[in-house]
Ligand binder design. Structure first.
Ligand SMILES: Nc1ncnc2c1ncn2[C@@H]1O[C@H](COP(=O)(O)OP(=O)(O)OP(=O)(O)O)[C@@H](O)[C@H]1O
Length: 402
């Protein structure tokens, strides 16, 4: 039945039709081998900043959950990927923020498998994300979530990796464990998810939710029991073959970098702590936020300024730079944000923001082409150093708004 002339697999079923796949693994193959051959290459892509999803399709009891989550003795591709990811991080200098979400789609409802409370998630935006600093923590979330799953549901485990080394990147790796294809209860949603992937048109709530998590690059795993007839796997193979010809361009939901938000908050806290060193709440918040960032090695660390500028890269605004210029002119302080369209060639900017403050009266005016705050009066409260910090915060907002 199987012919495996590497790298293409031809499967001939009763109707003598041949289907081709990138890889096929036999009955006695260990998950570790599947992981090494099919998953490690995609983790390397994820570590280079790409977003990928792995989908497991197959009949009920065919081994989808076994392949993805596995058991204590035979870990699945998800725990193996978690270990690999943390090993990679420990060998590559930079700052990292790892978070995950674990979601279940069950009978037209979307549940959160992390919180334990069965709460409905209205959009992927307010999906609960858990920050994790160790492989053990992520694996615990997976194991506990697995005990909360309903029978015949679809589940999605997403790991988001934010890294700040020479560059800032936000990438993700999602594992979809689809309900059994022969399961009548889930058949409708499975079919609509398959159609949505092929047509790039999310319609219902579930499809829209899946589309917002699914990434344009998919790796599809099909688990097939040796004794199954071709009633179920022929449509599955057709689906997989069609997928190879489809350019999936699902709309991506752009999310802010949590790593940048945390670093930004840390920077503000640092200054607040300088002003009130006795404030235990501030110190506790600082320590708790700082402990969320995984620091690997000590080279190639980016300054806060550089990291903010790099934020534009994730928002695909590669040719913008924002410079804060401070000039003192007689009694006036002039703060200018120059938004340069391409720092390399120094193209003239067409967005600007200028704040002029009179040193004595501490009153100034704010003019900007970016906001509606033209000629808004401004009174300096506090000192200039504090103002510079606030303006840096504004700089981040300007970059986000571009
Ligand atoms: N390759 C394998 N080696 C050993 N046991 C396996 C293997 N694949 C599956 N099993 C066992 O078969 C049973 C069913 O597997 P599993 O739960 O992974 O199927 P499934 O496709 O996820 O099912 P469902 O559609 O109900 O979610 C489990 O007890 C699992 O441990």
């Amino acid at each position: 039945m199987w012919e495996i002339p590497s790298p293409t697999v031809l499967l001939s079923v009763c109707d003598n039709k041949h289907y081709s796949f990138d890889k096929a693994f036999g009955v006695n193959c260990l998950t570790q081998k599947i992981f090494n051959e099919a998953i490690v290459p995609i983790i390397m892509k994820v570590m280079r900043g790409e977003k990928l999803s792995v989908l497991a399709f197959g009949l009920k009891n065919s081994g989808k959950t076994f392949t993805i989550s596995g058991t204590k003795v035979y870990p699945g591709i998800l725990p193996l990927a978690i270990d690999y990811l943390f090993e990679y991080i420990s060998g590559n200098a930079g700052e990292y923020l790892i978070s995950c979400s674990y979601t279940e789609l069950y009978r037209d409802t979307i549940f959160n498998l992390i919180s334990g409370e069965v709460t409905e998630i209205k959009s992927s935006q307010n999906q609960r994300k858990e920050i994790c600093t160790s492989a053990k923590q992520l694996k615990n979330i997976m194991s506990i979530g697995n005990t909360r799953k309903h029978e015949n549901s679809h589940s999605i485990f997403t790991i988001v990796i934010e890294s700040l080394g020479h560059n800032l990147s936000v990438s993700s790796l999602s594992f979809f464990d689809m309900a059994g294809l022969d399961c009548l209860e889930a058949a409708k949603s499975t079919e609509s998810i398959k159609a949505m992937i092929l047509q790039n048109k999310p319609k219902g709530k579930i499809e829209k939710f899946v589309a917002s998590i699914l990434n344009s690059q998919l790796v599809v795993l099909a688990t097939i029991p040796v004794d199954s007839d071709n009633l179920y796997f022929t449509p599955l193979f057709r689906f997989m073959e069609r997928l190879r010809c489809v350019d999936i361009q699902l709309q991506q939901v752009r999310s802010n970098s949590m790593l940048i938000e945390i670093k930004q908050r840390l920077e503000l806290l640092k200054n607040e702590i300088k002003e009130s060193p006795e404030n235990e709440c501030l110190i506790a918040e600082y320590e708790s936020l700082e402990s969320m960032i995984i620091i690997s090695g000590d080279s190639s660390r980016m300054s806060f300024e550089e990291s903010i500028a790099q934020e534009s890269a994730i928002k695909n605004i590669e040719h913008f730079d924002v410079k804060l210029n401070h000039q003192v002119n007689e009694n006036q302080h002039m703060f200018d944000f120059d938004i340069i369209k391409d720092p390399a060639v120094g193209l003239p900017h067409d967005e600007w923001l200028r704040l002029i403050i009179d040193q004595d009266s501490k009153i100034g005016s704010l003019r900007s082409s970016l906001t509606n705050a033209n000629d808004e009066n401004f009174t300096l409260k506090g000192d200039l150093e504090r103002l510079k910090i606030e303006l840096n915060d504004l700089k981040y907002k300007i970059l986000s708004a571009l």
